[in-house]
Write a protein that binds this ligand. Structure first.
Ligand code: GLU
Length: 490
């Protein structure tokens, strides 16, 4: 064993990277970086039916997107290669053989029928379902003879008597009675080893010092700790990260929000906001600072500070945080992030992006105040692309425009005043000042004009400055929209 911290993230490529998995990866990575250790990536692809290369690629891409890098792994190699679990099967089989020879494991020849009957009986007796250990008594030589003769068998772990204690970095002291751990199956009758067995084989072989993973694995830890001991290896230190709960306090599921990291990426959540929010799922920088960077995480991360209480995944808070990050981006970067969403919404053609760039940047600079994620962009600017005489009015915007019954008339007068100025190409800033003077002369207040004008230009009750919108629409379209509103609001 080396003293260097060696941690790993061990995803199964049987689906998209779950946000809980992304958090596990992030905490392991931060721990390795904080302690000058190694972070390994191991692909647990032992289920050939459900594992795909596509999921594997997506998982790697997701981790990279978050800014996580690995010192050893399937694509970068390392001293304990291969880092695909399925390619380590010979090593797993050899370890099982060695344990059989030492008597730490035994072959079980019990038929399905016998096991089913046993389970049914246990159920009637309200006993926990567990193997009754009958085949423990089969002498090794006889078991070897029967196996060689082709009789089907599984390999079971011989759970020792006593109790086992460990100190979990998150949960504190944990003690369990070995009697509660079933003589679990290490190798199935088809010769394929099971998760609990291979994960320990590989963690031993790869010199893993700390295992930080989701709380759902706590149930496996007793089996694994006993297995380390049976293999003559020192168990790593464990830390079980709290479950991520939906706002309904149930296990996070599609019901309460997207569960795949990729979904948030595709919805245009700023990457740094995702990292920050995932960190907040069970960890806090200090009592007060909610917004922090990956660097701050690495400088401050301590597994002992992870809370054992379930972490509530509050999507509203996530969106709020996303908005905070989005607004901090330089406008050119932000536009690079948002423009593809305007293209896929059909508002702008990809080939027009260059020529419309300055215009889009000016719109975005104003609209970002009301955005949370990049994909909010098309909905925020769709009004600029509507037909001028068919602009949809939001009910609130129209109600504001019609208030007191005098506003439409004021808008009509303003339209007449504005038309020649627009035609003369007067700039927005100067129009804004002139409008104020015009209102003063008429002893009218700003909202009396600006609310119907806003409705005319955007159909919305809130949004950017009216004269900015006039600049974006240009004189002709602004004039057309105001004329249309005068007709529609009359
Ligand atoms: N392949 C397992 C999983 O994805 C790894 C669990 C562990 O970290 O031990 O859940």
């Amino acid at each position: 064993m080396t003293d260097t911290v060696r941690v790993r993230f061990a995803p199964s490529p049987t689906g998209k990277l779950h946000i809980g998995g992304a958090r596990t990866a992030l905490f392991n990575w931060a721990y390795a970086r904080r302690h000058g250790g190694k972070f390994l990536l191991r692909i647990e692809d032992t289920d050939p039916e459900r594992s795909t290369k596509e999921y594997e690629r997506a998982i790697l891409a997701g981790l990279r997107w978050l800014g996580i890098d690995w010192d050893e792994g399937p694509d970068v190699g390392g001293p304990y290669a291969p880092y695909h679990q399925a390619q380590r099967i010979d090593r797993h089989r050899a370890a099982a053989q060695a344990m059989l020879a030492r008597g730490e494991a035994y072959r079980c020849f019990c038929s399905h029928e016998r096991l089913d009957a046993m389970r049914a009986e246990q159920e009637v007796e309200h006993q926990a379902s567990a193997y009754d250990q009958r085949c423990r008594a089969v002498p090794l030589a006889e078991a070897e003879r029967r196996a060689a003769a082709g009789e089907p068998f599984v390999v079971r772990f011989r759970v020792p008597q006593g109790s086992t204690s460990l100190v979990d970095h998150v949960r504190g002291d944990v003690t369990f009675q070995n009697a509660e751990v079933d003589d679990w199956i290490m190798v199935r009758s088809d010769g394929n080893p099971t998760y609990n067995f291979v994960v320990v084989c590989d963690d031993v072989d790869m010199r893993i010092t700390h295992v930080f993973r989701g709380e759902e694995h706590l149930i496996n830890t007793p089996k694994q700790v006993l297995l380390y001991r049976a293999m003559g290896a020192k168990p790593p230190e464990f830390g079980h990260l709290p479950l991520m709960l939906g706002t309904d306090r149930k296990k996070l599921s599609k019901r309460t929000g997207d569960t795949a990291l990729q979904d948030y990426q595709e919805k245009g959540y700023p990457k740094d906001a995702v990292v920050n929010f995932l960190c907040l799922q069970g960890w806090a920088l200090n009592g007060t600072q909610e917004i922090f960077s990956l660097d701050e995480l690495v400088r401050n991360f301590d597994i002992a500070d992870v809370s054992k209480a379930g972490a509530v995944f509050d999507i509203d808070k996530f969106r709020w945080l996303a908005g905070e990050y989005l607004r901090k981006e330089p406008i050119e970067t932000l536009l690079d992030h948002c423009a593809p969403f305007a293209v896929s919404a059909g508002l702008v053609k990809a080939e027009e992006l260059a020529s419309k760039r300055a215009w889009l940047a000016s719109v975005l600079a104003a609209e970002k105040e009301r955005m949370h994620v990049y994909s909010d962009f098309p909905a925020r600017i769709a009004y600029l692309f509507a037909k001028d005489d068919e602009l949809p009015y939001e009910p609130d915007a129209e109600a504001n425009a019609r208030k007191h019954g005098t506003r439409a008339a004021l808008l009509a007068d303003f339209a007449a005043w504005l038309a020649p100025r627009l035609a003369a190409g007067e700039a927005s800033a100067s129009l804004r000042d002139a409008m104020k003077a015009w209102l003063q002369e008429r002893k009218a207040k700003m909202p009396e004009l600006l609310q119907p004008l806003r409705c005319a230009l955007s159909g919305r009750a809130g949004g950017p400055d009216c004269f900015d919108m006039i600049a974006w629409l240009g004189p002709e379209r602004s004039r057309a929209r105001i004329a249309s509103a005068v007709r529609r609001l009359a």
